[in-house]
Design a protein around this ligand. Structure first.
Ligand SMILES: Nc1ncnc2c1ncn2[C@@H]1O[C@H](COP(=O)(O)OP(=O)(O)O)[C@@H](O)[C@H]1O
Ligand SMILES: [Mg+2]
Length: 486
């Protein structure tokens, strides 16, 4: 009898066919969604309106990953949410099956292959790299050694004009109090190797713009990581007359989206010399402020954009003297909510509300520039819905990304790792009767008994029993030998 380990049990999971190897699950339980390359059998399963990712994996790793993901969630690090582990799976014939780790499908997430499939610009790659670097630094700040940094183990969500990266595979992870420099270097080496492979792979598939060089991209990851790390944790020393530098360090960190929870300030005895070092930094400076003010839970850059709009609203309505929380409530009901309400229900799966609002603001800005007037938000929202949103693919569950790329189709839509059907496979299956009929004509058409041709036909029939493709070439070879003029 299968056993469920879960902090958040979903009883709808209980009747699923746990006694069947995941790779053989009936498709009625599955959803075809894009995903990265994986070592294990991974499927997306649907129960009611929820979608979960299921991964078949040996017991100690399943439990290890489940617990680590749990810790990461608790510490507010962007990662997929663990739901449970199903152990003690036994097939009908008594064979023991590996446990299954269940995580919640990360809504609006895009595996990198879907992002690249449409061809990305240099600028976009640079934003993806930044998102990846921020994720790695955030994990290192809390003492998480990833061990398997790669594009396939990362999911991306839109975050205003940028991306936010989420960790998806924690199987190799370790949580420490603090990471040593050596441990962080180790993650960087792994990141370089894996990302170089991922980028080369994209290049080979024609999905990387020609001007982008894999080696240059991994160098960029490393440089940016080192810069960010230095800003987050580095020691700064200055003279006692430059006290403003304490505040500017905090502001710079805020601008990067981090809050300083603890700043270590040391002064020399005569206060002529000061040394500062951030001790504890927490990511999500803007998203926390927005959450506190409005209850909206968004990505960092979306929060930045929404807060800017809120600040503008405050000035425009002359409410600077009022408490920020009161104005925020008014902004939420009078500005934000009406925009979201305009979007027809059938288009809501295309973008998260905060992302949508950000895109409407962009749309309004461009329209106002073009038409040289202040376009009202409602008008811009209608324009955005009709001109932009209707044409976009769904991203809530971006199955659209599985649509044939340049006419290519997946071998198994529930298992994108099997790749695409190759051109050769699309030929109709070999039909020995039809082939024999075709072969018969030229070979016997000479009006005499052609032994070589008959032998060729016999060989062709024999081989057709084994394998259509092999047989065809064998027959062709025998025929060519028998009748060189053919
Ligand atoms: N919760 C999830 N939400 C969205 N995608 C997921 C989720 N879990 C896994 N995936 C997708 O499945 C792929 C493989 O999962 P992963 O845990 O990396 O398996 P493996 O350990 O075999 O590498 C990922 O690259 C990701 O695209
Ligand atoms: Mg993986």
């Amino acid at each position: 009898m299968p056993r469920f380990v879960s902090a958040k049990p979903d009883s709808r999971l209980i009747p699923l066919p746990w006694g069947t190897p995941l790779a053989e699950w009936p498709t009625e339980h599955l959803v075809a969604l894009p995903r990265g390359i994986s070592r294990h059998v991974v499927r997306f399963i649907r129960v009611g309106s929820s979608v979960y990712a299921a991964k078949e994996i040996i017991e100690h790793l399943a439990l290890h990953e489940y617990r680590l993901l749990h810790d990461l969630m608790r510490m507010g690090t962007p990662s997929v949410e663990p739901i449970g582990v199903i152990t003690k799976r036994v097939a009908a014939d008594g064979t023991e099956l590996d446990p299954i780790l269940i995580t919640r499908h990360l809504q609006f997430s895009l595996p990198y292959r879907s992002l690249f499939a449409a061809g990305v610009k240099q600028d976009t790659v640079s934003r993806l790299v930044d998102a990846m670097v921020v994720l790695l630094a955030r994990l290192h700040v809390i003492g998480f050694l990833w061990g398997d940094v790669s594009l396939s183990n990362t999911l991306f969500r839109r975050d205003a004009g940028s991306f936010a990266a989420y960790l998806v595979d924690a199987e190799t992870g370790e949580l420490h109090d603090v990471l040593t420099a050596g441990q962080r270097e180790n993650d960087l080496v792994v990141a370089r190797t894996n990302l170089f492979g991922d980028f080369c792979d994209l290049q080979a598939g024609g999905m990387l713009e020609e001007s982008l060089d894999p080696l240059h991209l991994v160098d960029m990851v490393e440089t940016r990581y080192r810069e960010l790390w230095a800003e987050l944790t580095g020691v700064e020393e200055f003279s006692g007359s430059e006290l403003g530098r304490i505040e500017s360090r905090v502001r710079r960190l805020n601008a990067l989206g981090f809050d300083v929870a603890e700043l270590d300030i040391q002064t020399s005895d005569d206060a002529s010399y000061i040394r500062i070092q951030p001790k504890v930094v927490d990511a999500g400076h803007h998203s926390r402020r927005l959450l506190r003010l409005t209850g909206l839970d968004t990505e960092e850059n979306q929060a930045r954009r929404l807060l800017n709009d809120l600040d503008t609203f405050r000035v425009r309505t002359g409410q600077q003297h009022l408490d920020e929380a009161i104005v925020a409530h008014e902004w939420l009901t009078d500005v934000f909510a009406p925009v979201i309400q305009i979007v027809p229900n059938e288009l809501k799966a295309k973008r998260e509300p905060a992302q949508l609002f950000h895109e409407v603001l962009d749309y309004r800005w461009y329209q106002s520039q073009r038409e040289n007037r202040d376009v009202p938000l409602t008008e811009a929202t209608h324009g955005y819905v009709n001109d932009v949103l209707r044409k976009l693919p769904d991203e809530a569950m971006s199955a659209d990304a599985l649509a044939p790329v340049e006419g290519r189709h997946l071998v198994d839509p529930y298992d994108p790792s099997q790749g695409f059907i190759e051109a050769g496979d699309q030929e109709p299956p070999y039909d020995p009767w039809e082939a024999a009929a075709k072969d018969a004509e030229p070979d016997t058409g000479g009006g005499f008994f052609d032994v070589a041709a008959l032998r060729a036909q016999a060989a062709a029939k024999e081989a057709s029993k084994k394998d259509g493709k092999v047989k065809r070439s064998v027959a062709a070879k025998i025929r060519a030998e028998a009748d060189p003029a053919d």
